[in-house]
Design a protein around this ligand. Structure first.
Ligand SMILES: Nc1ncnc2c1ncn2[C@@H]1O[C@H](COP(=O)(O)OP(=O)(O)O)[C@@H](O)[C@H]1O
Ligand SMILES: CC(=O)OP(=O)(O)O
Ligand SMILES: [Mg+2]
Length: 376
């Protein structure tokens, strides 16, 4: 049975999904037959655990989400020794992610060297961002030497949020939507007619919004000053900005957003206020970039589990045509948060990153990567 395992190593967990072709003979559309997630902080041997939970499936292919492919990779690839070496050289571009993805690829290959392994990249969706949105104000020579640009991440999540918005608005042609992926990593994207025109994450997945342990936007002058004052090495800067910062750092140690949201502790209140402020500031800037707004779509672990928090994020924005209904909301997704008079439709959806990853591999390898319908 040609089952396909899709692995999505995020900064706080590894999500896994097993797909099988539909038993309906004419439909090649794969269906999910098993899924789950592993908490990376509590799990010592992810590969062992993944092998155990997928033991009942004869896997023909493995698809792994790699966050950063640098300037070398953005479209899906079938992993080879050469591409793996190139990926190893890019670990520092996504310090919380790339190493985990490489470990999964290497670990699985060691256990089963017959399985085909594909890597898909978070940056793919943003490959053609407008040049002005890609650019940083650095010297030309430096930019060219290191191919410095805004790459953008969470591509499969943003892409699937757009798909789900279009499902709700099937006949829309000219539309402007902001998508927000709010998990341990958080990012927003401005979308015009289905294509991204800007996004909050940049050269690395630590720009923009406040995240669980990542600072997001920070004055580069402050970094230089801190480096001088504290005598930090580059490893220490990495550690401070990627592991010790974010709402966990601001609150003094609370990394669970559900707990932070309801806490009365002043540092927790500040951390949540900063999270909301950055979200609204980015939304406002995308309103300007897009010249108006038809919809906002939220997803990720925070949005999917906490509609009351989403209501708070979108509150106080009636001057932008965003009217949120205030009655308690049930949590079935997709969930509409906007009132019937709101000019901007607001939705919470469960972004199907795994489905988008599988789809992108099938598109890239249409001839030799087909999902055979399962017998019977
Ligand atoms: N009920 C909840 N309310 C608010 N936040 C939540 C809730 N449940 C989980 N979260 C947050 O969701 C985040 C994990 O989201 P997820 O998208 O799975 O993470 P990752 O970025 O690792 O892929 C965690 O930061 C956690 O604090
Ligand atoms: C890019 C990124 O931050 O991903 P995640 O939210 O899954 O950690
Ligand atoms: Mg994730």
């Amino acid at each position: 049975m040609p089952d396909i395992l899709v692995l999505n190593p995020g900064s706080s967990n590894i999500k896994w999904t097993v797909f099988r072709a539909s038993p309906e003979p004419r439909s090649g559309i794969p269906s999910i037959i098993a899924e789950g997630h592993i908490n990376v902080e509590k799990c010592k041997n992810a590969i062992e655990q993944l092998r155990t939970v997928t033991a009942d499936h004869a896997l023909s292919a493995l698809i792994v989400r790699v966050v950063h492919g640098g300037s070398v990779f953005s479209s899906p690839i079938e992993v080879s020794g050469g591409s793996l070496n190139q990926l190893r050289s890019m670990v520092s571009l996504a310090p919380l992610h790339n190493k985990k993805a490489i470990n999964l690829i290497e670990g699985w290959h060691r256990l089963d060297d017959t399985i085909r392994i594909f890597a898909v990249f978070d940056t793919d969706f943003f490959a053609d961002l407008p040049v002005v949105a890609q650019a940083y104000g650095l010297p030309r020579a430096l930019i060219e030497k290191h191919r410095i640009r805004r790459y953008g991440f969470h591509g499969f999540a943003h892409q699937d949020m757009v798909r789900q918005w279009l499902q709700k608005n099937p006949h829309r042609q000219d539309f402007a939507v902001v998508t927000a992926q709010l998990g341990s990593g958080c990012s927003m994207a401005a979308i015009r007619d289905g294509k991204p025109v800007d996004t909050s994450m940049g050269f690395t997945p630590n720009e923009g919004l406040l995240m669980r342990t990542r600072s997001g936007d920070i004055d580069p002058g402050l970094l230089i000053w801190l480096q001088q004052q504290e005598g930090w090495s580059s490893d220490e800067i990495d550690y401070q900005l990627n592991h010790e910062a974010g709402w966990r750092g601001v609150s003094g140690g609370v990394d669970n957003m559900a707990e932070l949201f309801v806490s009365d502790h002043p540092q927790c209140r500040l951390a949540f206020a900063l999270f909301r402020y950055r979200f609204q500031k980015t939304l406002g800037s995308y309103f300007a970039v897009l010249g108006g707004l038809d919809g906002i779509v939220l997803s990720g672990g925070i949005a999917e589990h906490n509609p009351a928090l989403c209501q708070q994020l979108l509150s106080g924005l009636s001057h932008l045509g965003i009217e949120i209904h205030t009655e308690p909301v049930e949590s079935n997704l997709p969930l509409s948060l906007s009132s019937s008079t709101s000019q901007v439709q607001c939705w919470v959806v469960a972004a199907d990153e795994a489905g988008a990853m599988l789809h992108s591999v099938q598109e890239q390898f249409p001839n030799d990567f087909t999902v055979q319908p399962a017998a019977g």
